[in-house]
Write a protein that binds this ligand. Structure first.
Ligand code: UDP
Ligand code: MN
Length: 260
Protein backbone atom coordinates (compact mmCIF):
# COMPACT_ATOMS: atom_id res chain seq x y z
CA UNK A 1 0.00 0.00 0.00
CA UNK A 2 1.61 3.15 -1.32
CA UNK A 3 1.09 6.47 0.50
CA UNK A 4 -1.81 8.41 -1.01
CA UNK A 5 -1.02 11.63 -2.85
CA UNK A 6 -3.76 14.25 -2.48
CA UNK A 7 -3.47 16.69 -5.36
CA UNK A 8 -5.26 20.00 -4.71
CA UNK A 9 -6.08 21.93 -7.88
CA UNK A 10 -7.80 25.32 -8.09
CA UNK A 11 -9.68 25.78 -11.35
CA UNK A 12 -11.97 28.36 -12.91
CA UNK A 13 -14.31 28.54 -15.90
CA UNK A 14 -12.73 29.81 -19.11
CA UNK A 15 -12.42 28.66 -22.72
CA UNK A 16 -9.42 26.43 -22.10
CA UNK A 17 -10.64 24.90 -18.83
CA UNK A 18 -11.74 21.53 -20.18
CA UNK A 19 -8.57 21.19 -22.25
CA UNK A 20 -6.44 21.90 -19.16
CA UNK A 21 -8.39 19.47 -17.01
CA UNK A 22 -8.17 16.79 -19.71
CA UNK A 23 -4.39 17.06 -19.89
CA UNK A 24 -4.14 16.99 -16.12
CA UNK A 25 -6.54 14.07 -15.61
CA UNK A 26 -4.78 11.99 -18.22
CA UNK A 27 -1.48 12.55 -16.44
CA UNK A 28 -3.01 11.66 -13.06
CA UNK A 29 -4.51 8.44 -14.47
CA UNK A 30 -0.95 7.14 -14.74
CA UNK A 31 -0.21 7.81 -11.06
CA UNK A 32 -1.10 5.07 -8.56
CA UNK A 33 -2.88 5.98 -5.31
CA UNK A 34 -3.65 9.57 -6.33
CA UNK A 35 -6.73 11.39 -5.02
CA UNK A 36 -7.61 14.57 -6.91
CA UNK A 37 -9.14 17.41 -4.88
CA UNK A 38 -10.43 19.73 -7.56
CA UNK A 39 -11.65 23.07 -6.21
CA UNK A 40 -13.68 25.29 -8.49
CA UNK A 41 -13.51 29.05 -8.15
CA UNK A 42 -17.29 29.36 -8.37
CA UNK A 43 -20.37 29.93 -6.24
CA UNK A 44 -21.75 26.54 -7.30
CA UNK A 45 -20.23 23.41 -8.74
CA UNK A 46 -20.49 23.55 -12.55
CA UNK A 47 -21.91 20.73 -14.65
CA UNK A 48 -18.87 20.83 -16.92
CA UNK A 49 -16.55 19.94 -14.05
CA UNK A 50 -18.99 17.53 -12.39
CA UNK A 51 -19.51 15.53 -15.59
CA UNK A 52 -15.83 15.69 -16.43
CA UNK A 53 -14.81 14.23 -13.07
CA UNK A 54 -17.48 11.53 -13.17
CA UNK A 55 -16.16 10.33 -16.52
CA UNK A 56 -12.46 10.74 -15.63
CA UNK A 57 -11.80 7.37 -14.02
CA UNK A 58 -9.96 9.12 -11.17
CA UNK A 59 -10.54 9.05 -7.43
CA UNK A 60 -11.59 12.60 -6.66
CA UNK A 61 -13.35 15.11 -4.43
CA UNK A 62 -15.19 17.99 -6.09
CA UNK A 63 -15.22 21.22 -4.07
CA UNK A 64 -15.99 24.83 -4.84
CA UNK A 65 -15.50 28.23 -3.27
CA UNK A 66 -15.87 31.57 -4.99
CA UNK A 67 -12.98 34.00 -4.57
CA UNK A 68 -14.53 37.12 -2.97
CA UNK A 69 -14.72 39.95 -5.50
CA UNK A 70 -12.32 42.21 -3.57
CA UNK A 71 -9.68 39.45 -3.62
CA UNK A 72 -10.11 38.67 -7.29
CA UNK A 73 -7.92 40.02 -10.05
CA UNK A 74 -9.94 42.47 -12.14
CA UNK A 75 -9.74 42.71 -15.92
CA UNK A 76 -6.71 44.85 -16.75
CA UNK A 77 -5.03 44.39 -13.34
CA UNK A 78 -1.41 43.27 -13.62
CA UNK A 79 -1.28 39.50 -12.98
CA UNK A 80 1.04 39.88 -9.98
CA UNK A 81 -1.36 42.14 -8.04
CA UNK A 82 -3.23 39.38 -6.19
CA UNK A 83 -2.48 35.72 -5.70
CA UNK A 84 -4.73 33.35 -7.64
CA UNK A 85 -6.27 30.20 -6.31
CA UNK A 86 -5.50 30.95 -2.64
CA UNK A 87 -9.08 30.55 -1.41
CA UNK A 88 -9.43 27.31 -3.35
CA UNK A 89 -6.23 25.81 -1.94
CA UNK A 90 -7.43 26.75 1.56
CA UNK A 91 -10.74 25.04 0.84
CA UNK A 92 -8.75 21.95 -0.15
CA UNK A 93 -6.87 22.18 3.16
CA UNK A 94 -10.16 22.50 5.04
CA UNK A 95 -11.49 19.34 3.39
CA UNK A 96 -8.24 17.45 4.04
CA UNK A 97 -8.34 18.34 7.73
CA UNK A 98 -11.99 17.39 8.06
CA UNK A 99 -11.34 14.09 6.26
CA UNK A 100 -8.14 13.49 8.22
CA UNK A 101 -9.71 14.07 11.61
CA UNK A 102 -12.69 11.85 10.73
CA UNK A 103 -10.54 9.02 9.36
CA UNK A 104 -7.94 9.20 12.14
CA UNK A 105 -4.17 9.50 12.04
CA UNK A 106 -3.57 5.79 11.69
CA UNK A 107 -6.04 5.22 8.86
CA UNK A 108 -4.60 4.30 5.46
CA UNK A 109 -6.12 7.49 4.01
CA UNK A 110 -3.99 9.61 6.33
CA UNK A 111 -0.89 7.70 7.38
CA UNK A 112 2.07 8.71 5.21
CA UNK A 113 -0.22 10.66 2.86
CA UNK A 114 1.15 13.62 0.92
CA UNK A 115 -0.45 16.89 -0.23
CA UNK A 116 0.56 18.59 -3.49
CA UNK A 117 -0.84 21.84 -4.91
CA UNK A 118 -1.05 21.43 -8.69
CA UNK A 119 -2.30 24.33 -10.79
CA UNK A 120 -4.42 23.27 -13.74
CA UNK A 121 -2.13 24.70 -16.44
CA UNK A 122 1.30 23.35 -15.45
CA UNK A 123 3.00 20.30 -16.95
CA UNK A 124 3.83 17.39 -14.65
CA UNK A 125 6.21 14.49 -15.22
CA UNK A 126 4.99 11.16 -13.83
CA UNK A 127 8.35 10.85 -12.08
CA UNK A 128 7.50 13.90 -9.97
CA UNK A 129 4.81 11.99 -8.09
CA UNK A 130 7.19 9.18 -7.17
CA UNK A 131 9.71 11.76 -5.94
CA UNK A 132 7.14 13.31 -3.57
CA UNK A 133 5.48 10.09 -2.44
CA UNK A 134 7.70 9.50 0.60
CA UNK A 135 7.65 13.04 1.96
CA UNK A 136 8.27 13.17 5.72
CA UNK A 137 7.51 16.86 6.29
CA UNK A 138 8.06 19.05 3.22
CA UNK A 139 9.85 17.93 0.07
CA UNK A 140 11.16 20.30 -2.61
CA UNK A 141 12.49 20.19 -6.20
CA UNK A 142 13.18 22.49 -9.16
CA UNK A 143 10.44 24.12 -11.25
CA UNK A 144 11.07 24.86 -14.91
CA UNK A 145 10.06 27.98 -16.86
CA UNK A 146 9.15 30.08 -13.85
CA UNK A 147 9.97 33.48 -12.43
CA UNK A 148 11.44 34.69 -15.70
CA UNK A 149 14.08 31.95 -15.49
CA UNK A 150 14.86 28.65 -17.22
CA UNK A 151 14.29 27.14 -13.80
CA UNK A 152 14.29 27.96 -10.12
CA UNK A 153 15.49 25.50 -7.52
CA UNK A 154 16.62 24.91 -3.99
CA UNK A 155 20.42 24.68 -3.85
CA UNK A 156 21.59 21.56 -2.02
CA UNK A 157 24.92 21.18 -0.23
CA UNK A 158 25.79 18.12 1.80
CA UNK A 159 22.27 16.76 1.29
CA UNK A 160 20.60 19.89 2.75
CA UNK A 161 18.95 22.91 1.21
CA UNK A 162 21.20 25.88 1.95
CA UNK A 163 19.66 28.57 -0.29
CA UNK A 164 17.50 29.07 -3.36
CA UNK A 165 18.37 29.76 -6.97
CA UNK A 166 15.82 32.39 -7.99
CA UNK A 167 15.90 35.58 -9.99
CA UNK A 168 13.80 37.58 -7.60
CA UNK A 169 13.90 38.37 -3.87
CA UNK A 170 15.92 35.39 -2.66
CA UNK A 171 15.34 36.83 0.83
CA UNK A 172 11.73 35.59 0.83
CA UNK A 173 11.28 32.92 3.55
CA UNK A 174 10.57 30.29 0.88
CA UNK A 175 11.20 31.54 -2.66
CA UNK A 176 9.59 28.40 -4.12
CA UNK A 177 6.79 28.21 -6.67
CA UNK A 178 3.58 26.41 -5.69
CA UNK A 179 4.59 23.55 -7.99
CA UNK A 180 7.92 23.07 -6.22
CA UNK A 181 6.94 21.43 -2.93
CA UNK A 182 4.76 18.80 -1.29
CA UNK A 183 3.72 18.53 2.35
CA UNK A 184 2.89 15.50 4.47
CA UNK A 185 -0.77 15.34 5.46
CA UNK A 186 0.35 14.61 9.02
CA UNK A 187 2.07 18.02 9.11
CA UNK A 188 -1.04 19.71 7.72
CA UNK A 189 -3.14 18.08 10.45
CA UNK A 190 -0.61 18.95 13.15
CA UNK A 191 -0.79 22.64 12.11
CA UNK A 192 -4.50 23.34 11.82
CA UNK A 193 -3.97 27.08 11.27
CA UNK A 194 -1.48 26.84 8.41
CA UNK A 195 -3.05 28.33 5.27
CA UNK A 196 -2.39 30.46 2.22
CA UNK A 197 -2.70 34.19 2.84
CA UNK A 198 -4.87 35.50 0.01
CA UNK A 199 -3.64 39.00 0.85
CA UNK A 200 0.03 38.07 0.69
CA UNK A 201 2.31 40.37 -1.30
CA UNK A 202 3.37 39.17 -4.72
CA UNK A 203 5.64 36.16 -4.41
CA UNK A 204 4.86 35.52 -0.76
CA UNK A 205 1.88 33.14 -1.08
CA UNK A 206 3.97 29.97 -0.79
CA UNK A 207 5.95 31.47 2.10
CA UNK A 208 2.75 32.39 3.95
CA UNK A 209 1.92 28.69 4.12
CA UNK A 210 5.34 27.08 4.45
CA UNK A 211 6.80 29.37 7.11
CA UNK A 212 4.38 27.93 9.65
CA UNK A 213 5.30 24.36 8.79
CA UNK A 214 9.06 24.01 8.31
CA UNK A 215 12.48 25.59 8.32
CA UNK A 216 14.82 25.62 5.32
CA UNK A 217 17.11 23.09 7.06
CA UNK A 218 14.23 20.61 7.33
CA UNK A 219 13.35 20.65 3.62
CA UNK A 220 13.76 17.29 1.90
CA UNK A 221 15.45 17.74 -1.51
CA UNK A 222 14.08 15.43 -4.23
CA UNK A 223 14.71 14.97 -7.96
CA UNK A 224 18.38 13.98 -7.58
CA UNK A 225 19.19 16.63 -5.00
CA UNK A 226 17.22 19.22 -6.98
CA UNK A 227 19.18 18.72 -10.19
CA UNK A 228 16.24 17.52 -12.35
CA UNK A 229 13.30 19.53 -13.68
CA UNK A 230 10.15 17.38 -13.46
CA UNK A 231 7.50 20.11 -13.48
CA UNK A 232 7.08 23.14 -15.70
CA UNK A 233 5.19 26.32 -14.96
CA UNK A 234 3.63 26.39 -18.41
CA UNK A 235 0.90 28.91 -19.20
CA UNK A 236 -1.75 28.50 -21.83
CA UNK A 237 -2.43 31.20 -24.36
CA UNK A 238 -5.92 32.67 -24.30
CA UNK A 239 -7.62 31.56 -27.53
CA UNK A 240 -8.70 34.31 -29.90
CA UNK A 241 -12.40 34.43 -30.66
CA UNK A 242 -12.40 37.05 -33.40
CA UNK A 243 -14.03 34.87 -36.04
CA UNK A 244 -16.44 33.32 -33.57
CA UNK A 245 -17.66 36.80 -32.61
CA UNK A 246 -17.95 37.86 -36.24
CA UNK A 247 -20.00 34.76 -37.09
CA UNK A 248 -22.18 35.19 -34.00
CA UNK A 249 -23.26 38.58 -35.34
CA UNK A 250 -24.62 36.78 -38.40
CA UNK A 251 -26.27 34.08 -36.29
CA UNK A 252 -23.64 31.57 -37.50
CA UNK A 253 -21.63 31.09 -34.28
CA UNK A 254 -20.54 27.62 -33.13
CA UNK A 255 -23.43 25.67 -31.58
CA UNK A 256 -23.48 26.69 -27.86
CA UNK A 257 -24.92 23.26 -26.99
CA UNK A 258 -21.56 21.69 -27.81
CA UNK A 259 -19.30 21.68 -24.75
CA UNK A 260 -15.73 22.74 -25.46
N1 UDP B 1 -7.34 30.24 -10.65
C1 UDP B 1 -8.56 30.32 -10.01
N2 UDP B 1 -9.28 31.49 -10.10
C2 UDP B 1 -8.86 32.56 -10.82
C3 UDP B 1 -7.60 32.48 -11.48
C4 UDP B 1 -6.86 31.31 -11.36
O1 UDP B 1 -8.98 29.37 -9.36
O2 UDP B 1 -9.55 33.59 -10.87
C5 UDP B 1 -6.56 28.98 -10.57
C6 UDP B 1 -6.02 28.47 -11.92
O3 UDP B 1 -6.98 27.62 -12.54
C7 UDP B 1 -4.75 27.77 -11.52
C8 UDP B 1 -4.29 28.55 -10.29
O4 UDP B 1 -5.42 29.24 -9.78
O5 UDP B 1 -4.97 26.43 -11.16
C9 UDP B 1 -3.17 29.56 -10.61
O6 UDP B 1 -3.65 30.46 -11.61
P1 UDP B 1 -2.81 30.79 -12.92
O7 UDP B 1 -2.34 29.54 -13.55
O8 UDP B 1 -3.61 31.72 -13.76
O9 UDP B 1 -1.59 31.59 -12.27
P2 UDP B 1 -0.10 31.78 -12.75
O10 UDP B 1 0.19 30.83 -13.87
O11 UDP B 1 -0.07 33.22 -13.21
O12 UDP B 1 0.71 31.54 -11.55
MN1 MN C 1 -0.45 28.96 -14.21
Amino acid sequence: NLPTIYVVTPTYARLVQKAELTRLAQTFLHVPQLHWVLVEDSAHPTSLVRDFLAASGLTYTHLHILTPKDKKLQEGDPSWLKPRGAEQRNEGLRWLREMGVAAGEKSPAVENAVVYFADDDNTYSLQLFEEMRYTQRVSVWPVGLVGGMRFERPVVEGGKVVRFHTGWRPSRPFPIDMAGFAVSLRLVLANPDARFDGEAQMGYLESSFLQNLVTMEELEPKADMCTKVLVWHTRTEKPKMKREEALQKQGLGSDPAVEV
